[in-house]
Design a protein around this ligand. Structure first.
Ligand code: ZN
Length: 145
């Protein structure tokens, strides 16, 4: 989760929404990323999606069976679905996202009958730090005309 927070910080420094994600296999981080939607002009370039793509590319496999994903904020519905499709084993996230989350809020993707693989979900890791980073980012933005 420390690496995910580092990626979140780096994303914030680049003017991206400060969210970071890491894919871990056998205790080793194989891919890490922050949000890159602005850099790539790609609305799907959320930290989780980019990290999953990098991990699949590096490992040369379509699915990430046995991999775990750490992310600083509760994944949105799109990312929750991608995590399911990638067959991620365990999802660890930091802060809950009542406004945009799709795991424990919103559509609760993994609880739907149309979801064919649900990771084990653990939450609340460094949640204060993760949430504070987002709050600071958005309050800075509001101050800018
Ligand atoms: Zn997302």
């Amino acid at each position: 989760m420390e690496i995910a927070l580092e990626e979140a910080r780096a994303a914030g420094d680049r003017g991206e929404v400060p969210i970071g994600a890491v894919v871990v296999v056998d205790g080793e981080p194989v891919a890490r990323s922050g949000n890159r939607t602005r850099e790539l002009n790609d609305i799907t370039a959320h930290a989780e999606i980019v990290a999953i793509r990098m991990a699949s590319d590096r490992l040369g496999q379509e699915r990430l069976v046995g991999a775990d994903l750490y992310v600083t904020l509760e994944p949105c519905t799109m990312c929750a679905a991608a995590i399911s499709f990638a067959r991620i084993r365990r999802l660890y996230y930091g802060a809950e996202d009542p406004k945009g989350g799709g795991v424990d809020n919103g559509v609760r993707f993994y609880a739907q009958p149309t979801c064919h693989h649900a990771p084990e979900v653990y939450s609340g890791f460094n949640e204060t730090e993760a949430a504070d980073m987002l709050r600071a980012f958005f309050s800075d933005r509001r101050d800018v005309p």
